[in-house]
Design a protein around this ligand. Sequence first.
Ligand SMILES: C[S@@+](CC[C@H](N)C(=O)[O-])C[C@H]1O[C@@H](n2cnc3c(N)ncnc32)[C@H](O)[C@@H]1O
Length: 216
Amino acid sequence: MNKDIWAALHQNYKEKDWIDKPSIFAEVAAGYFPKSGKVLDLGAGQAQDSRYFADQGFSVVSTDLESSAQELAKSKLSAEQRKLITFKVVDLREELPFEDATFDVVYAHLSLHYFNYETTRNIFGEIKRVLKPGGMVAFLVNSTSDPEYKAGERLEDDYFQINKAAKRYFSVESARNFTKHFETILLDDLGETYKDNAKGVRNLVRFIGKKPLITK
Ligand SMILES: C[S@@+](CC[C@H](N)C(=O)[O-])C[C@H]1O[C@@H](n2cnc3c(N)ncnc32)[C@H](O)[C@@H]1O
């Protein structure tokens, strides 16, 4: 999906009652995070989870393709959040603009399921590269149990063009495959979001894991 479509969607999201509260997954994931450190939030949108992690004392780099979402987020920051959060426009289809081993946590809520197989594999490689050894990765993505799965035109296995959006659907198995270079702490399809709960969908794929201390 191009930036203009995301900009329009963010105008719609800004009216939602969930847009200013931490996601259900952020609250679960934070329970596994270290006590402090540096979090990279990928595809953070209007940064409700970045703000939540800052409130937990983390310093956060909040990234998204869409700068208008970041402008909306900036207007809502408390003074303390402003000290802890920096915003950066980052396109996940490209190499992440960070040095190796920069972050204690890389987090992505509903932002890693828009890409073809090769790009998705590269994104996980980039996540691993920018994580410190022993750093945590946590993400929530669409699942193959979603009622929308297989709607639209098939682009690749588990990847479909649905109206203007190309969307990937993960199974626990495919998530295991993409994350095989991490140690798994939690992997299931019991993820929920406020938005999907309203549609009766409670089966998103959740992954929480660690970059090994020693990588082969
Ligand atoms: C469903 S929204 C999730 C936003 C936020 N994490 C949340 O949970 O509310 C997906 C986000 O991914 C961003 N996005 C889409 N394509 C992207 C890309 N190529 N690189 C970085 N972000 C992208 C969109 O702008 C949007 O903010």
